[in-house]
Ligand binder design. Structure first.
Ligand code: CA
Length: 228
């Protein structure tokens, strides 16, 4: 069964999420503190998605996210944010989260996000196989990895999905809406900002000079273009 970790100190919200996870066919692993979440993930390395609340009694959700990401690039991470400030979302994404859900949320919204993440972290669809080399970059769609000059670049699943989209569309200007729809899914109602934040993070990992990006170029007022 697909496992989802839910880290939330408020028991009523946690129980609500657990009930809905089970209803949607997931096995729920519960944690009430950051430390407990990290412990539970160690015991359940096959958990595919973690939902992290930000305000916690011990360490905050951003710190938990950073700690998970330090050793695990492939797990999908959704931040639960009570506040609606843009900063929270941006901070969450910069610490390595893939998505965020703002409280209060409907069970349908949360499970749709989890389903979408699970689809992304699952095996790539049939028909595509093997490797794609472009300039110094080698994308392996079988094991979902990226190398630059033979060196592995550690990507989150979202970053990988963006790279794959770019490398399938070399030289083509992609609008931020195109990227959002392709990577986050048609049902995603988040903001376009999430695209920019992920591109910023990706540039840090793949560009020779982050201040002067040459692989992912910005098309002002529209989107981004990939080229090598
Ligand atoms: Ca909380």
């Amino acid at each position: 069964m697909k496992k989802v970790l839910i880290l939330e100190d408020e028991v009523s919200i946690r129980s609500f999420v657990v009930i809905n996870l089970k209803r949607a066919g997931y096995e729920a692993i519960e944690a009430g503190t950051g430390a407990e979440a990290l412990e539970k993930l160690k015991e359940n390395p096959d958990a595919g998605v973690a939902i992290l609340d930000i305000m916690l009694p011990d360490i905050d959700g951003f710190e938990v996210c950073r700690t998970i990401r330090a050793t695990n690039k492939s797990i999908g991470i959704i931040m639960l944010t009570a506040r609606t400030q843009e900063m929270d979302k941006v901070t969450g994404l910069m610490t390595g989260a893939d998505d965020y859900v703002t409280k209060p949320f409907s069970p349908a919204e949360l499970t749709a996000r989890i389903d979408a993440l699970y689809r992304r972290i699952g095996p790539d669809g049939g028909g595509e196989s093997g490797e794609q080399q472009q300039g110094p970059f080698l994308l392996n769609t079988r094991n979902r990895t990226l190398e630059k000059n033979g060196k592995r670049i550690k990507l989150t699943q979202v970053e990988y999905a963006i790279m794959k989209l770019f490398m399938q569309n070399p030289g083509r200007a992609l609008s931020r809406e195109d990227i959002l729809t392709s990577v986050w899914g048609r049902d995603f109602d988040g903001e376009l900002k999430i695209v920019d934040v992920n591109i910023r993070r990706l540039r840090i990992k793949i560009e020779d000079d982050t201040a002067n990006p040459t692989y992912i170029t910005t098309i002002w007022g529209f989107g981004y273009k990939w080229g090598v």
